[in-house]
Design a protein around this ligand. Structure first.
Ligand code: T4K
Length: 411
């Protein structure tokens, strides 16, 4: 039963009952047809082929290549390892320019192989790496750029490609959020030297854990394929450096099943996005990140930007209020990679040149969506936000006076 708020005391943070009896998460997995998945699991158990280039993996790679309209798809155990392999196979070394406003995996995939991630500021309008800042960061040690299509919204691909070509740099994209999205009518996956999708449980399409590297460069694809399997070119023949980046058959079976429901997942996300947009349209200090509907979008993230001055409370205060109501909103990607270890210690000055990143990291809040969330939940979440907006100053005062019963950083 959803609890309605009409007085300040009704807010769970001030002692009222939580709006939701069960926790509402950002990142609840989308699950396809259970029967189809279980049939595949039975089949792979009967065949006793559990991993290592199995038939489901091959099918998944073919279907993704077709959907993304790209020459090669190499499925991997997760996007982080996918990034590590793509980085190695593309020959990156020295320094690589990436945005700081991303999941920490983008930076760690470089640092893991002694490559320095050089953090670049973002364009506040797009939340993506700002090409006009990239060029200033290029040194003689720079070998590449990794753009991140944050929230599934494409980077400024053309500008980045132009910079990479002029400076003879490799260009990769962390497309962890962007499966099923397009840029100028062309599917994400076709840009730069290679792009990497994530199929983690919390992503638009999931294989439990998983990901894929996609590329139109046949030579690079062959290298990546070898590296995914320890460099084995045949029985007893190791022809290159490699790791274990393989995707298992059960993950591939989940991927194939998820692909069959992809239209349903987009429809649910789009419906949720429209509801949030309509219900939050008039709320001062709360703006919902929009998607370009002329492109293919997966609408997988509901991203708010909070303007403290207009709303009356900070993003973190709103986060605390929502958590008390059992709405586990997320401050992705606070505080920015440059403020996380080991990068923070190495470069204490980084924040000076990352002004937009710093500002945005204090404003963004992601809300629950996906197939696990329906209209009633969205209305209840928006009602809480609207109530708080109406009572902004009073809520703020009350929060200052009273120690929080609940702490949003319980994780
Ligand atoms: N690049 C970018 C830009 C990325 O965003 C990511 C991953 C990567 C690279 C690396 O991709 P992978 O190597 O993971 O394939 C989550 C995910 O773990 C991470 O994959 C994702 N980005 C990131 C944006 O979100 P956390 O720390 O928020 O995870 P966690 O455990 O808090 O889960 C999020 C919410 O989802 C929780 O509230 C609970 C819910 N959940 C989670 C799982 C795993 C479920 O309801 N069911 C589940 O099975 O990082």
């Amino acid at each position: 039963m959803l609890k309605v708020k009409s007085r300040i005391e009704d807010l769970a943070i001030f002692g009222g009952p939580s709006a939701f009896s069960d926790e509402l998460h950002v990142g609840r997995p989308n699950i396809g047809q259970r029967e189809a998945f279980l049939e595949r699991v039975n089949d792979l158990l009967d065949r006793r082929w559990l991993t290592n280039d199995g038939p489901y993996l091959k099918q998944l790679e073919q279907r993704i290549s077709k959907l993304v309209e790209v020459r090669s798809c190499i499925a991997v155990c997760n996007a982080t390892v996918g990034l590590e392999i793509a980085i190695k196979a593309a020959g990156l070394a020295g320094e690589v320019i990436i945005p700081s406003f991303t999941f920490i995996a983008t930076a760690h995939a470089l640092d893991w192989q002694q490559i320095t991630p050089v953090f670049c500021d973002i364009n506040p309008a797009t939340h993506n790496i700002d090409p006009s800042c990239v060029e200033q960061l290029i040194t003689e040690r720079t070998t590449g750029i990794i753009g991140v299509h944050l929230w599934g919204r494409p980077c400024d691909v053309e500008e980045l490609q132009d910079i990479a070509s002029r400076h003879k740099l490799k260009l990769l994209f962390d497309a962890a959020h962007a499966f099923g999205c397009s840029f100028n009518g062309q599917m994400i996956g076709n840009f730069g030297n290679a792009e990497v999708f994530s199929f983690h449980a919390t992503k638009f399409l999931n294989t439990f854990e998983g990901g894929a590297v996609v590329t139109n460069d046949d030579e690079l694809a062959a290298k990546i394929r070898l590296m995914r399997n320890f460099g084995f070119a045949g029985y007893d023949i190791v022809s290159s450096f490699g790791t274990n980046g393989k995707m298992s058959e059960v993950s591939a079976a989940m991927g194939l099943t998820s692909l069959e429901s992809l239209e349903k997942f987009v429809a649910a996300n789009y419906r949720n996005y429209k509801e949030y947009r309509q219900q939050l349209a008039e709320v001062p200090g709360v703006s919902l990140l929009t998607y370009n509907q002329d492109e293919k979008c997966n609408y997988h993230y509901i991203v708010l930007e909070i303007d403290e001055g207009a709303l009356g409370i900070t993003r973190d205060q709103l986060d605390g209020i929502l958590w008390a109501e059992n709405v586990l909103s997320r401050r992705y990607f606070y505080p920015g990679c440059h403020r996380m270890e080991p990068y923070r210690t190495r470069s204490a000055q980084a924040s000076l040149s990352l002004r937009e990143t710093e500002k945005l990291a204090a404003r963004v809040l992601c809300l629950p969506t996906g197939t696990a969330v329906g209209s009633d939940e969205i209305s209840a979440i928006c009602d809480i936000i609207k109530f708080v907006a109406d009572e902004g100053c009073v809520v703020k005062e009350r929060m200052l006076k009273q120690p929080l019963r609940h702490h949003p950083l319980k994780k």
